[in-house]
Design a protein around this ligand. Structure first.
Ligand SMILES: NC(=O)c1ccc[n+]([C@@H]2O[C@H](COP(=O)([O-])OP(=O)(O)OC[C@H]3O[C@@H](n4cnc5c(N)ncnc54)[C@H](OP(=O)(O)O)[C@@H]3O)[C@@H](O)[C@H]2O)c1
Length: 378
């Protein structure tokens, strides 16, 4: 829908007609047919990460039930459950280790830069995307001098509508074949939701949600055609939290988390394609200062700050194991999952407390290392 059509819709509402219409609106029967091929075949019987978790739950429930109701000896129940679960969880799923050219968005700093070094170390050539050309060049320099891999940089603002298609066309036009996609670019923002600039809402949503999804669609289709590919979505433990004062950011991460989880189910029909989401907790990168979140309790409590290298490594390992989702720390996993189990009133209060500013008592310092100075400590 173009801008004019939107203005038309707004005028109709304002004039009290109560219907949102524009001249180019399709009748519903045509709209359904309009480029949305609604033919799909769900696949169930695949030994993937999801079904293995399901079998794990069923086995544990069966072991408990037989101990409680059938008076089976606990040692026997535990032994039988372990005999099923240990080999299953140790050896499956085992997709191929990622190979080929890696596209990383948000590669100019933080977790994305660490992914660049990890993939380069594993022998991949890279396409690095971000806005800051100088920082991208520094990561490229490190990748090429330290690991001897080729890195191409593309400066692009991924918070603009339509940019995913442009980036895809540009990369295809250069003849690159992306085998691994890491959707890492992201932007946060702390504060009262209603005070935040409308324009920030749009940019954050396009960057954290729309671009991530569209890049996944565009490169994912090519992967399906080739019968192999790896996708890694960087979401957040914030995708589990209703989060007063980081509301917009965590809402975008809910979107990305739900999208990625459901995609993993759809990709069962394509066994060569892996989709993993990495859910970091608060991590020591410039993200925190950029989001004006450096004084929030959850960020400024030193015990909870994660190291970007370890976060990226957790994501890489998860991708190699074909996991649909990985937390980067036990701490993050426990807080995200525990907060699902408590009543919503407790959840919301905890969420608000975690985002309470410490008003100068404590604040996170931006990481000192810039990528230029990384040469020696990589
Ligand atoms: N740090 C945390 O506490 C934390 C926790 C959970 C999840 N995450 C997620 O982890 C991901 C990486 O964040 P990080 O912690 O590594 O922060 P970071 O150091 O600020 O990295 C963010 C990256 O995204 C890129 N980016 C931001 N806006 C962009 C735009 N409009 N167009 C293109 N690229 C853009 C930045 O590149 P330029 O500066 O060159 O534009 C940078 O490379 C994000 O998705 C974030 O939501 C972070």
């Amino acid at each position: 829908m173009g801008v004019d059509a939107r203005i038309g819709a707004a005028n109709n509402i304002a004039s009290g007609s109560g219907t949102v219409r524009s001249d180019d609106q399709l009748p519903s029967h045509r709209a359904i047919d309009n480029g949305n091929p609604a033919i799909f075949r769900p696949k169930w019987l695949v030994l993937d990460d999801i079904n293995i978790d399901l079998i794990t739950v069923a086995t544990i429930v069966a072991a408990l039930a037989s101990t409680i109701f059938l008076q089976t000896r606990p040692a026997l129940s535990i032994g039988a459950a372990a005999a099923v679960l240990l080999p299953l969880r140790t050896f499956f799923p085992r997709p191929k280790i990622p190979e080929g050219l890696v596209l990383i968005t948000g590669a100019s700093s933080g977790i994305g830069a660490e992914f660049s070094y990890i993939f380069a170390e594993k022998g991949h050539d890279l396409i690095l995307v971000g806005r800051n050309e100088e920082k991208l060049a520094a990561v490229k320099e490190n990748v090429e001098s330290k690991y001897g891999r080729k890195a191409y940089t593309i400066a692009a603002d991924l918070s603009l509508a339509g940019v995913a298609q442009q980036l895809y066309d540009h990369i295809k036009g250069k003849g690159f074949k992306v085998e691994v996609l890491v959707n890492g670019a992201g932007l946060g923002g702390a504060g009262n939701t209603l005070d935040q600039p409308i324009e920030l809402t749009e940019r954050m949503t396009v960057l954290n949600c729309i671009t991530l999804v569209q890049l996944t669609q565009l490169f994912g289709r090519d992967m399906i055609e080739r019968g192999r590919g790896w996708m890694l979505q960087i979401t957040s433990i914030g995708g589990w939290l209703a989060s007063p004062y980081q509301n917009l950011y965590h809402a975008t991460k809910h979107y990305a988390r739900a999208f990625s989880e459901a995609l993993s189910v759809e990709l069962r029909a394509h066994p060569g394609i892996v989709n993993t989401q990495l859910m970091p907790g608060p991590t020591h990168t410039q993200f925190i200062t950029r989001a004006h979140a450096e004084e929030l309790t959850m960020m400024a409590t030193p015990l909870t700050l994660e190291d970007p290298r370890q976060v990226a490594m957790a994501g890489y390992r998860g991708l190699c194991k074909g996991k649909r989702m990985v937390f980067s720390s036990w701490n993050g996993a426990m807080s995200a999952l525990t907060l699902q189990l408590v009543p919503r009133s407790v959840h919301l209060t905890m969420g608000a407390l975690m985002n309470t500013p410490l008003r100068g008592l404590k604040r996170v310092q931006e990481p000192e290392k810039d990528q230029k100075a990384r040469g020696e400590d990589l």
